[in-house]
Design a protein around this ligand. Structure first.
Ligand SMILES: [Zn+2]
Length: 491
């Protein structure tokens, strides 16, 4: 018998893009005990398993900065829709919606029910939810925020008003308890009915526990249309009052009269960054997706039905065609299909490109893992940025594209030793072909896996190869390390 091999896994002959925006370089990568143990010429090394990466890029596993995967992590633990793209970590609990704390038995209002597809289990606390994730790990890591709408639903008898002092105190207690259990911040969705009536003052009050713990304030803002500047100002004010970093989720300017206004919002965000920490993310599509709703100008453009509880046969069809068939107005047809989800074509390509190309923009899918015909961003976001926007459109170099989905995201969310190919960092890695990587998911065929993603490694274990999940599930629950140094820097 021979001596113990140097590494558990040796990735030989690849080109490393390390997630820091630094130029690529040729190197072997050795993995041991779930961490990167060596990067360089490892010609003499032995390993339990060697992967030939000749002709491939070796990058940090992608971090999806904006997901609604809270229930999917347990219900679909292979997470093929994410791992197939090279994603190794997801940020959950967005838009005010989280898997905990929830009471059993109560019917969730839209959009909180987005997480409930398939009758997912309820978790009374973040400690319970994290315990379930640790007992039955998913294929990807997760870090999660507490949803303000979820707190309101759990705490308030009626959601159509501002919270009173007693309810605010109870929400603070639940937030504190969740942060203690490992939640990384608070998310809001004041765009949505369960939180529309929450005032700025309510959010600041509920968010008080964030300050001492260095938690994040993450928001699907009140308005991404004609009042987008006011919504940004409210977001920045909440961040300043609480003295915490803010994340503007899926930044966009929607509805045709507002097209082009990313030329106002981005300089405004840049100016705010001079005095406080502001982060933002974006998905690479001109259509959004959320619950079926008929207000707020949501039906002003083309609308595709993604899922409908009363009318599942309508998934994948145009709202206009359904309305014509039924002989009713589009708004009436939409009402009849509630509850459900839809895809709304409300953005302009030039705004999407301008926001994606903004230096500090992270990549987040905002995918909703529900139904047969989801928005293609669920399966396509990351390869679309790498293949379409970086390689074909030339929006930014590949190194920048990778940084926007790895190092930048790990820094902003405080994920220590993630997002970088560096010695002692966790071995979350993706091997892909820079010449062929592309999204294959379309609005018509939204669940086609991406092309060009060769191998995906999570905490040292191969989770995806040969175009399929391996069944290896080593995902961890990640905590936030405030003001984390980039992976690779001194620990
Ligand atoms: Zn949202």
């Amino acid at each position: 018998m021979s001596t113990t091999p140097t590494f558990d896994l040796l990735i030989r002959g690849g080109t490393v893009i390390d997630g820091t925006k630094a130029p690529r370089f040729d190197a072997d990568v050795g993995v041991r005990d779930g961490r990167v143990a060596a990067v360089g010429d490892l010609a003499g090394a032995s390993a339990a398993r060697t992967i030939d990466a000749a002709g491939l890029i070796v990058a940090p596993g992608f971090i999806d900065s904006h997901t609604h995967d809270d229930q999917a992590l347990l219900a679909r633990p292979d997470m093929a829709f994410k791992v197939s793209q090279g994603v190794t970590t997801v940020i959950a609990g967005n838009c005010g919606i989280s898997a905990a704390p929830l009471k059993a038995g109560m019917k969730l209002p839209m959009p909180l029910d987005l997480l409930d597809g398939g009758g997912g289990q309820r978790y009374a606390s973040f400690a319970d939810w994290f315990a379930a994730l640790r007992a039955k790990p998913a294929a990807v890591n997760v870090a999660a925020m507490v949803g303000h709408s979820t707190l309101r639903f759990t705490t308030m008898a009626s959601l159509d008003r501002e919270a009173n002092a007693g309810e605010i105190a109870e929400m603070q207690r639940l937030l504190e308890e969740s942060l203690e259990a490992g939640a990384i911040g608070l998310s809001t969705g004041t765009f949505y009915p369960p939180a529309v009536k929450a005032s700025t003052e309510e959010i600041i009050a509920v968010g008080r526990p964030l300050t001492a713990r260095g938690g994040l304030y993450v928001t699907h803002m009140r308005d991404e249309s004609s009042q987008v500047m006011e919504a940004l100002e409210e977001t920045f004010r909440i961040g300043r009052e609480l003295d915490v970093p803010v994340v503007v989720s899926h930044h966009k300017v929607q509805n045709k009269p507002n097209w082009g206004r990313s030329q106002e919002t981005l300089p405004f965000i840049r100016a705010a960054m001079q005095r406080q920490t502001v982060c933002l993310d974006c998905y690479p599509y001109t259509a959004g997706s959320t619950m079926i709703r008929t207000d707020r100008g949501m039906l002003d453009g083309r609308v595709l039905i993604a899922s409908s509880e009363p009318h599942p046969e309508c998934a994948g069809r145009e709202l206009g065609a359904i309305a014509a068939e039924w002989g009713v107005e589009e708004s009436e047809a939409a009402r009849r299909m509630q509850p459900g989800t839809a895809i709304y074509f409300l953005m302009d390509e030039s705004d999407v490109r301008r926001i994606l190309a903004f230096d500090d923009t992270m990549i987040g899918s905002d995918g909703i893992p529900v139904g047969e015909k989801p928005h293609p961003r669920l399966w396509g976001t990351f390869p679309r940025v790498l293949g379409h926007y970086s390689r074909e459109v030339g929006l930014f170099p590949l190194e920048t594209a990778v940084w926007k989905m790895t190092g930048l995201t790990a820094r902003n969310f405080g994920l220590a030793d993630r997002g970088c190919v560096a010695v002692d960092g966790f071995a979350d890695l993706v091997l892909f072909d820079a010449g062929t990587v592309r999204d294959a998911a379309t609005y018509e065929e939204p669940t086609r896996p991406a092309e060009g993603i060769h191998t995906v490694i999570v905490n040292g274990g191969v989770a995806w190869e040969g175009g399929r999940s391996t069944g290896t599930r080593l995902g961890q629950v990640l905590r936030r390390t405030p003001a984390v140094a980039p992976a690779g820097a001194a620990a």
